[in-house]
Design a protein. Sequence first.
Length: 161
Amino acid sequence: MAPSTTERKFTLVFRLLMAWTFLYAASHQVLNSKFSVAAFLSHTKTFHDIYAPLTTPAIDPVLTFLVSYGHLLIGLSLLFGLMVRVSAAFAVALLLMFWTAHMEWPFIENKNNFIVDYHIVYATVCLYLVFNRAGHVCGLDAWAEKLPFFQQRPVLRSLVG
């Protein structure tokens, strides 16, 4: 069954909103030489034992690079609608990690956010994008799926399909 025009519009709007969210985050991280994941993770409470090892001087630069440029790549992927299934899946993983990083169970960041905060909402929107083939709505996934490179490799075709 083909999605309705309204559903396609919502899918496109959700994809572009999430693209903006990740690109805006990347703009503050990639362009800011003082950005560090260690600073963000130094305030963990509920999962401190899991996140504390990631703040060591040996790991922090690598993780900072991965987070900064991961945000950029996710944002660009969502903006252009290319490999949305992959980028949205990574977005969900990142968002769930951010959700747990500032959790003081059962509150998230402050007493106004009981279990659910914007990270969960964003992750849900990203899952919506995966399951509704958002890259095929005014995106490059539909074009890429028809390329011989993807046609000849069914495993890779599922990334843009």
